[in-house]
Ligand binder design. Structure first.
Ligand SMILES: NC(=O)c1ccc[n+]([C@@H]2O[C@H](COP(=O)([O-])OP(=O)(O)OC[C@H]3O[C@@H](n4cnc5c(N)ncnc54)[C@H](OP(=O)(O)O)[C@@H]3O)[C@@H](O)[C@H]2O)c1
Length: 241
């Protein structure tokens, strides 16, 4: 029996650890040829090796999405080596936290360069590959802070609101080309990033990265007649996160 994503190429940014690693594994298990991208070569190569060892297909692609020239070179490599792109998961992101009153400009620029500019450039390059195919799916990993606000998270929150703006606008722009664009907005997930953002939280009560990976797989399981704008997924609790 053929697998759900057999013959498809899926690029995941930030695939070296955390949520992106779980997404890459799930896509590989579903038969996609996975392109695992991030800055840490060692981590993405380990993820690619693991997918191949499990019987799938994958390659690790070193990429800093905050560098526009690296983004265009990476997508050019995908075109040359694999010939197509069916799924892009814009998962790479960084958190920089602290009160607005003391927030350093360098940190503001860094978080914006990765979370907004990098995500935008990846969408742009993916569109250039997907438009001639007349199909494709772009999934942006936003956050609960894509619609809520928390203290000491203003810069991160602003970039994730911006990712929602990008997602909403691109979804409409991409539709006539047969390309779907959705956002997933997770609450707390047990990764190293959340330890920095919320050192007060007991990480054992958070969602698992696999919960977000399954949400990606759900979106990809829908027929091309269905469009999902966004999915907010949070940990099960009676308290607000
Ligand atoms: N954890 C949560 O509670 C949570 C909740 C909501 C949303 N999110 C979002 O989910 C995504 C993944 O978060 P996570 O918790 O899994 O974080 P993580 O464990 O810190 O992993 C982040 C991944 O992104 C990569 N990355 C960072 N900067 C990059 C850059 N400039 N270019 C390419 N790759 C880059 C990292 O690899 P390198 O450092 O090697 O590049 C790593 O593979 C982020 O967008 C985050 O905002 C997380």
């Amino acid at each position: 029996m053929s697998k759900q994503l057999e013959g498809q190429v899926a690029l995941v940014t930030g695939a070296g650890r955390g949520i992106g690693q779980a997404i890459a594994r799930a896509l590989g298990a579903a038969g996609a040829h996975v392109v695992a991208a991030a800055r840490s070569k060692r981590e993405i190569e380990a993820v690619a090796r693991e997918i191949v060892a499990a019987g799938g297909q994958a390659l690790g692609l070193p990429l800093d999405i905050a560098q526009e020239d690296q983004v265009s070179a990476a997508f050019a490599q995908v075109r040359e080596r694999l010939g197509r792109l069916d799924v892009l998961v814009n998962n790479a992101g960084i958190g920089r936290f602290g009160p607005v009153v003391d927030f350093a400009s360098a940190e503001l620029k860094q978080v914006t360069a990765v979370n907004l500019l990098g995500t935008f450039w990846c969408c742009q390059q993916a569109m250039r590959l997907m438009i001639p195919q007349r199909r494709g799916y772009i999934i942006n990993i936003s956050s609960v802070v894509g619609f809520k606000g928390y203290p000491n998270q203003a810069a991160y929150t602003a970039t994730k609101h911006a990712v929602m703006g990008l997602t909403k606008s691109l979804a409409v722009e991409a539709q006539p080309h047969g390309i779907r664009v959705s956002a997933i907005l997770p609450g707390g997930v047990d990764t190293s990033m959340v330890g920095d953002a919320r050192p007060d939280l007991d990480r054992s009560i958070l969602m698992r990265p696999e919960d977000i990976a399954q949400t990606v797989m759900f979106l990809l399981s829908l027929s091309e007649k269905a469009a999902v704008d966004e999915i907010y997924i949070r940990r099960r609790t009676s308290q607000p996160f």
